[in-house]
Write a new protein. Structure first.
Length: 56
C-alpha cells in the first residue's frame, strides 16, 4: 500500500499540471483583435473587394 500513495500524488500532480498547460495554451492562442480590412482593389471597379475580370 505504500507504493499507491506516491502514485496517486504523482497522478494528481500530472493532472493539475495538464489542466494548467491546456488553459495557458488556450489563453495564449486566442485572437483578441479584429484584423484590419484589406483594400487592394479600386472600390469603383470591384464587387465586395473581388475584382471581376471579363464580361458576363
Amino acid at each position: 500500500m505504500k507504493f499507491a500513495v506516491p502514485g496517486l500524488i504523482s497522478g494528481l500532480a500530472g493532472a493539475v499540471l495538464g489542466v494548467i498547460a491546456v488553459i495557458g495554451i488556450t489563453a495564449a492562442a486566442q485572437q483578441n483583435s479584429i484584423p484590419a480590412p484589406e483594400t487592394t482593389a479600386d472600390p469603383g471597379s470591384s464587387l465586395l473587394g473581388n475584382v471581376q475580370y471579363g464580361s458576363r
